[in-house]
Design a protein around this ligand. Structure first.
Ligand code: AMP
Length: 170
């Protein structure tokens, strides 16, 4: 999607030296393209085959919730530390520019059997690996990963054996 490429700005050395940060937030300033993108992502078998969507903190929430509405499927969230109340499952991970952990609410996770993972961007795959571990540890099926953009040269997708769809490869 050429139009999409024009809306993703690159910020050099953000948030750390050596990182080319791909900012997808410009897509939301073009509602027609945003809608087209959401309709395309929603039509994926990855969504169709899932009971629910799990979207990743924080830009994943923007795309995950729009897909959830369009697909009429429930969404749960994987959040960074200190954000979620209640009993949680937690997993640590490394990403392209640091380390962190993600948590999900036990109560929400237990409601559904299969999940489509949604995020804005796939880089090394560390973040998605964290979510997939959380899901697998709880015997949940993963129908696949949907991202808006993928950093092809980092080959993050090679870490996973579930389907992965990205709208644009950068
Ligand atoms: P990774 O775990 O390395 O695949 O990183 C993916 C997560 O970190 C996603 O949630 C992205 O929002 C964010 N991220 C990592 N690298 C970048 C980048 N170069 N530009 C924008 N976001 C990034």
């Amino acid at each position: 999607m050429k139009k999409l490429l024009e809306l993703i700005n690159t910020y050099k050395d953000f948030p750390k030296k050596g990182i080319d940060f791909k900012d997808v937030l410009g897509i939301m300033q073009e509602p027609k393209i945003f809608k087209e993108l959401i309709l395309m992502m929603t039509s994926s078998e990855i969504i169709n085959n899932a009971d629910a969507i799990i979207s990743i903190d924080a830009r994943g929430f923007i795309f995950g919730s729009a897909i959830s509405l369009e697909a009429s499927k429930p969404m749960i969230v994987a959040r960074k530390p200190g954000k979620l109340p209640g009993e949680l499952f937690k997993e640590d991970y490394c990403l392209e520019y640091g380390e962190n952990s993600l948590s999900v609410q036990k109560k929400a996770l237990h409601k559904y059997k299969s999940f489509a993972i949604v995020d804005d961007l796939l880089a090394t795959g560390g973040t998605v690996n964290c979510v997939s571990k959380l899901l697998e540890r709880n015997h949940k099926e993963i129908t696949g990963l949907l991202v808006v953009a993928e950093l092809g040269k980092l080959k993050g997708r090679l870490r996973f054996d579930f389907p992965i769809e990205s709208s644009i490869i950068l």
